[in-house]
Design a protein around this ligand. Structure first.
Ligand code: IMP
Ligand code: MG
Length: 176
């Protein structure tokens, strides 16, 4: 991987404009809910989740999972919960907020767990949908941007824990 700045795929202003649109749609759909909880998956979703909830008018709680795939890769298919939620899920309207849906294994596991725990409703909001990489079907209720099967960084997404703080979504290019 190159040490050059990643090539810009989605600039910061487009990200922010799309986040505002998603927040407006969520506000409309959850108007009247007094039990909305936005659940993020650490660490990648944090930047997106914070920008999103800052724009919501509906009352909202936030909570976090941390997961890892057995075997270390993102395609191992078996997901381990390393940090569980703090808040009870039963009776809540849970909106799972994710940075990216890739194979779908992580999200499938978490969505099933939230339903099993008795959430009143469970929906998914994902900033990026890497649809060509999907292994298991995961319906996305609020999608920021569909992207190709590229490895992306920035706005929470990392490569070996680097680049999360970029304000845009970028693609790492090979050195010339
Ligand atoms: P899954 O394959 O859908 O289970 O995705 C698991 C996790 O892999 C995502 O939540 C991200 O944290 C990470 N991931 C997947 N694709 C990328 C990428 O292109 N860049 C950085 N992280 C990624
Ligand atoms: Mg993630």
């Amino acid at each position: 991987m190159s040490t050059l700045a990643p090539r810009v795929l989605i600039p910061a202003d487009r990200l922010q404009a799309r986040v505002a649109e998603l927040a407006a749609a969520i506000d409309r759909d959850y108007a009247g809910s007094d039990r909305l909880t936005c659940v993020g998956v650490l660490k990648g979703s944090v930047f997106f989740l914070v920008d999103l909830v800052k724009r919501l008018q509906v009352p909202v709680a936030i909570d976090f999972f941390q997961t890892s795939s057995y075997g270390g890769g993102t395609s191992a298919g078996e997901v381990r919960i390393r940090k569980d939620l703090d808040l009870p899920v039963r009776g809540a309207d849970v909106l799972l907020v994710e940075d990216i849906v890739d194979t779908g294994y992580t999200l499938r596991t978490i969505l099933d767990l939230l339903r099993f725990r008795g959430a009143r409703s469970v929906k998914l909001c994902a900033l990026l949908d890497k649809r060509p990489a999907r292994q298991v079907d995961v319906p996305i209720d609020y999608c920021g941007f569909p992207i190709e099967d590229l490895f992306v960084v920035g706005y929470g997404l990392d490569y070996a824990e680097k680049y999360r703080n970029l304000p845009y979504i970028g693609v790492l290019e090979e050195s010339p």
